[in-house]
Design a protein around this ligand. Structure first.
Ligand code: SF4
Length: 455
């Protein structure tokens, strides 16, 4: 769960453009943000903990000059959320210095770290990618291609080295990465919404296994690895992570989520007075559910959009109100039979609190409808879900989960329904946290802090 951005645009303010690109990608990571620029081959970077708007101001942006830039917003999936692991990281190797931003999680990071040993300074898996490129004495294109060949797991990467911008995607393409143009200048980004914000036209998705290099000679592409079995774009991006206005593999996410809600209403109807989303990610599916069922849509739950991980923690007494920091129901729910629509249930604790809150507000019935199938297995490719023990649906029946969250009824969208809503074939998507069928080998155990001791 990170956002990456890159641009080559001599004569433009590349740091400012990266800032706006990151601003559009803020939903992919709120722990840290950073921008690195290349000015005639010389790399400068600035990164810090916090949101994009907290890390950068006019003064800091004006200090970042160059013709190339990359940016990163981070949500940690390997390594702690400390400053050391903020990106873009800058790695000084024996052959070159590399600035790099990575979205995804490597599944062979342990082996690569052991091989690279003392040359690493951070505790994330991303530095191994930079280190592989920085110690390779061939040209950048060969060095980056060779690094890509050695990675297992998920890697959508942007980087700067030798006065060039490079970007690549692992052979499965777990995380999105798109190429656009601002005039003639190439722009790469995790999601198309970042291209839209900076005024760049979408050109195409970077293919799984493809390396793109931009330098003074233009943009060139090398298909380094065969696209593994048609690719494995993360289905979670469709129903949860990506911004609704983004197009994933050419499919607008909002439309896909509305279709999920429509299909959910067909598969699991309910007799009710109002359909409410759990905002914001449940909203498009609730619109779809309302349209297909004819049950009126209501905002019902008002969300405080300014709650952030770094907020001041309430005192113990207040903390028990927990969920009210985020949501408050409207009076119109009193006496009504409600359908509440969410995009997913992982641990179940938030859903349970919301159901209780709605009953406390006088709801007569609360029917929970979920626009994805039960999440039953961890993600090794860059989404910080939870361990299997923490997942409420792993090992529990739908009726067990219904009882645990206190709902009047509970139903999930079928896997077929979800798949059909994305308009993508099953062979093009990773669905492993829903099916336990992983498209690659996965480690026996994984903890995001597993490299802290060596770091
Ligand atoms: S395991 Fe789940 S969350 Fe992870 S990449 Fe696959 S579909 Fe996405």
């Amino acid at each position: 769960m990170c956002g990456v951005f890159g641009i080559r645009a001599p004569g433009r303010d590349v740091a400012r453009l990266s800032y706006f690109g990151l601003y559009a990608l803020q939903h992919r990571g709120q722990e840290s943000a950073g921008i690195a620029v290349s000015d005639d081959g010389r790399l400068t970077g600035l990164r810090d903990l916090g949101l994009v708007t907290q890390v950068f101001d006019e003064k800091k942006l004006s200090g970042l000059r160059g013709e190339l830039a990359i940016g990163h917003t981070r949500y940690s999936t390997t390594g702690s959320n400390g400053w050391l692991n903020a990106q873009p990281l800058i790695h000084h190797g024996p052959v070159r210095t590399v600035a790099l931003g990575h979205n995804g999680n490597l599944t062979n990071a342990d082996a690569l770290r052991a091989e690279l040993g003392a040359r690493l300074t951070s505790t994330s898996d991303s530095e191994v990618v930079a280190a592989l490129i920085a110690c390779d004495d061939r040209g950048l294109e060969d060095a980056a291609a060779s690094a890509l060949e050695r990675l297992e797991g998920a890697a959508s990467v942007v980087g700067l080295a030798d006065g060039q911008l490079f970007a690549f995607r692992d052979a499965h393409g777990f995380r999105p990465l798109v190429l656009g143009r601002l005039g003639d200048d190439p722009v790469v980004a995790s999601e198309t919404c970042a291209l839209d914000l900076v005024g760049a036209a979408y050109e195409r998705d970077i293919e799984p296994g493809e390396l793109v290099i931009a330098d003074a000679d233009g943009v060139r592409s090398v298909q380094v690895l065969d696209r593994a079995d048609g690719g494995a774009l993360c289905i979670f991006e469709f129903f949860y992570l990506a911004r609704p206005d983004t197009r994933l593999d050419g499919v607008e996410v909002h439309g896909a989520r509305v279709r999920m809600g429509e299909r959910l209403a067909e598969e699991a109807p309910a007799v009710a007075d109002l359909v409410l989303p759990i905002p914001d990610s449940g909203t498009p599916a609730a619109i779809g559910f309302s349209r297909a069922s004819g049950i009126p849509f209501s905002e019902g739950l008002i969300k405080n959009r300014y709650v952030h991980r770094t907020f001041i923690h309430p005192e113990q007494g207040m903390r028990e109100q927990g969920i009210r920091m985020k949501f408050n129901p409207l009076a119109e729910v009193a006496g009504k039979r409600l359908v509440i629509v969410d995009d997913s249930i992982v641990r179940g604790s938030t859903t349970r609190q919301i159901v209780q809150m709605l009953f406390d507000a006088g709801a007569a019935e609360v029917h929970v409808r979920v626009s994805s199938p039960p999440v039953v297995s961890p993600c090794y490719y860059g989404i910080d879900l939870a361990s299997e023990e923490e997942m409420i649906a792993a090992g529990n029946s739908v009726e067990d989960v219904r009882r645990a969250i206190g709902a009047t009824s509970l139903a999930y969208l079928s896997l077929e329904g979800l798949q059909a809503s994305t308009l993508r074939p099953a062979t093009a998507l990773c669905r492993a946290c829903l099916t336990r069928e992983y498209p690659t080998r996965v480690p026996d155990a994984t903890s995001k802090l597993r490299f802290e001791a060596v770091g």
